[in-house]
Design a protein around this ligand. Structure first.
Ligand SMILES: NC(=O)c1ccc[n+]([C@@H]2O[C@H](COP(=O)([O-])OP(=O)(O)OC[C@H]3O[C@@H](n4cnc5c(N)ncnc54)[C@H](O)[C@@H]3O)[C@@H](O)[C@H]2O)c1
Length: 388
């Protein structure tokens, strides 16, 4: 295990009707609030009215940044920065999934920064301060509700890049699983794949002697596998939605499950290049890419892939070589994704080979990606080609 420091300052308020605690949670941060949300599902479900009633209850002045896109755009972030500066916003409240939360984080970082907020995404600048923010999560997927990361799309330049800082951890996140009852089937699938992919990025590591971290990862994977099918069959199954939600938060909450472990993140890098050009849902892209990344790298550390196959998928290794057991685990991953309705090929989105070179080049723009196996441009291209 490597040396590490860990701190996660986000307060989690979990359970039904926890939205009714919003007023008291926001109050310490000031009176002028920027409410950030997406295309309007919060209005259809009545959540918007509940949020406003809470904010009105503490006498807050509320400004709005609506219509945040899935794969949130830099132009929208800049709009939010302008509103926040004009009205001297004290606090940013994101109500939605990862896209809304990420947009809110980018606004929070951009307001006190004199340059272009995109500088944070291209490593030209580091976030030194941010407006405080809180979240009400409506979709179990990204973990953005309890980490300091955000991903923003620069549509004009067809680039999707991340920024991150300890200043961007939400002050609080309200997690009411009943708010996810209305998440459509396809987004429930995408969220499931996203959660599992976050775990994969931390589990498939070269770092040795980390049994607790490995079992954290395996327990999240098993929990997600058990509960995704239940939530898909019965969308208002509270236990299933609650377990998926907490699994999503734990899977990427500032690294708790992988402290002292070198992470990989190559598959996320590859997926970002796909959705930067084609604007497909992040989880759907990961469903296509991840099993192909596994096939490309599993020989690097067979023992970890054997452990994964046996402990997560219950593959019986008797009479099999390690390679056969590992491959059976990878096949089980693909079969599970397919069983819940996730895509398996880029062709499912009508994506062909036109931009493979460009995607591969952009993925390694800052150097090789991944650590389980360091991937160069040709390696990325091979994985993309396998994914066609
Ligand atoms: N910050 C991070 O740590 C992190 C990690 C992984 C991915 N991401 C990024 O997050 C984004 C994806 O976020 P996401 O997967 O949470 O999805 P999302 O926020 O893009 O939402 C997907 C869709 O679900 C809808 N939706 C959300 N909640 C709903 C509800 N309760 N009922 C009905 N519809 C609902 C939204 O309106 C949207 O159309 C991508 O840009 C991805 O790159 C961020």
């Amino acid at each position: 295990m490597n040396a590490f420091q860990f701190q996660n300052p986000t307060k989690i308020v979990f359970g039904p009707d926890t939205v009714e605690k919003l007023g008291e949670l926001v109050q310490p941060f000031g009176k002028t609030v920027l409410l950030v949300y997406g295309s309007g599902s919060i209005k259809r479900t009545g959540l918007y009215d509940r949020v406003l009633s809470q904010l009105n209850g503490i006498g807050a002045k509320v400004l709005e940044l609506p219509n945040v896109e899935p794969n949130p755009r830099l132009t929208t972030v800049k709009k939010g920065i302008e509103i926040s500066r004009t009205h001297k916003v004290d606090f940013i409240l994101a109500v939605g999934g990862g896209s809304v939360i990420d947009a809110a984080k980018a606004v929070a970082a951009g307001v006190p920064y004199e340059g272009d907020v995109w500088d944070f995404c291209i490593r030209k600048a580091v976030v030194r301060e941010a407006i405080p923010l809180g979240t009400i999560l409506t979709l179990a997927a990204t973990g953005s509700e309890m980490n300091g990361n955000a991903v923003v799309s620069n549509w004009e330049e067809q680039q999707k890049r991340g920024l991150g800082s300890p200043h961007l951890y939400p002050k609080f996140s309200i997690l009411d699983p009943t708010l996810t009852y209305t998440v459509p089937q396809d987004q429930t699938v995408n969220g499931t794949v996203d959660i599992m992919s976050h775990v994969f990025e931390q589990y498939f590591s070269r770092t040795a002697d980390t049994p607790l971290q490995e079992r954290f990862c395996e327990s999240i994977l098993l929990t997600v596998i058990e509960n995704a099918a239940k939530a898909l069959a019965v969308p208002d199954d509270y236990a299933a939605r609650a377990n998926l939600m907490w699994a999503g938060t734990m899977a990427l909450n500032g690294g708790l499950i992988s402290v002292g472990v070198q992470n990989d993140w190559a598959s996320h890098g590859i997926e970002h290049e796909i959705s930067a050009i084609y604007d497909i849902p992040h989880g759907a892209g990961l469903a296509v890419v991840f099993p192909n990344w596994m096939k490309a790298v599993f020989q690097e550390r067979l023992d970890r892939f054997v452990q994964y196959a046996v402990r997560v998928w219950g593959i019986d290794p008797t009479g099999k070589t390690d390679e056969e057991t590992a491959l059976a685990g990878i096949a089980a991953t693909r079969a599970f994704f397919t069983s819940i309705g996730a895509p398996s090929r880029l062709a499912d989105f009508g994506i062909g080979s036109e931009h493979l070179d460009r995607m591969a080049e952009e993925a390694v723009r800052f150097g090789s990606i991944g650590s389980f196996k360091k991937l160069e441009k040709q390696d990325v291209r091979d994985i993309l080609e396998l994914s066609l």
